[in-house]
Design a protein around this ligand. Structure first.
Ligand SMILES: Cc1cc2nc3c(=O)[nH]c(=O)nc-3n(C[C@H](O)[C@H](O)[C@H](O)COP(=O)(O)O)c2cc1C
Length: 162
């Protein structure tokens, strides 16, 4: 099964989770960049309101072709209880998404809010089949054995073997 992790990570937590997945199931990876170039303050002053209103960012790359992949893992940080503007843009950038299996992942400081529901609605509106939704409620950096991450890796491992 050929898989790819497509994700945004502004401060590295989602990236750390995706790196674990990439190692675990030998997935390919695409980390999208938000061209807004946020700093520590502007993430909250500009980024959070944009997320709250469901805005889309300008991202690099601006087009993501899923042809040839069986499974797409889409990852987002939680901003203002929602996906980041870059992740909103990811859904618009996907090509050949219809019929693809997807697992949705968010990382947060504690609560996913509406993030996974919004991501799920977007994926389904593209004709994707949502197999699972996972929330990692903390940074995994420095944790050797993380319960939520292990559950996610086990779930993906089963899919990858099927
Ligand atoms: C602008 C901003 C808004 C955030 N809003 C929330 C939130 O509503 N709920 C929450 O639990 N964590 C929130 N967080 C914490 C992040 O979701 C968490 O640190 C996440 O793992 C960051 O992912 P990243 O390091 O991949 O960018 C917010 C962080 C930022 C920078």
């Amino acid at each position: 099964m050929r898989s790819i992790c497509v994700y945004h990570s502004e401060t590295g937590n989602t990236h750390a989770v995706m790196e674990e997945i990439i190692r675990s199931i030998a997935s390919e990876s695409l980390r999208v960049r938000d061209m807004a170039g946020y700093g520590k303050a502007t993430m909250y002053l500009l980024g959070a309101p944009r997320a709250l209103f469901g805005n889309s960012a300008e991202i690099e790359p601006s087009s993501i072709d899923l042809r040839g992949y069986d499974l797409v893992i889409i990852g987002s940080p939680v901003w203002a209880s929602r996906p980041t503007p870059a992740v909103n843009a990811i859904f618009s950038a996907l090509k050949n998404a219809s019929g693809k299996k997807t697992v949705l992942v968010c990382t947060s400081g504690g609560s996913p809010g509406d993030t996974l529901k919004i991501m799920s609605d977007r994926a389904q509106s593209l004709g994707m089949e949502v197999l699972g939704r996972y929330h990692i409620p903390h940074s995994i950096k420095g944790r050797r054995d993380d319960e939520e991450l292990n559950a996610l890796k086990g779930f993906l491992w089963d899919i990858a073997r099927s």
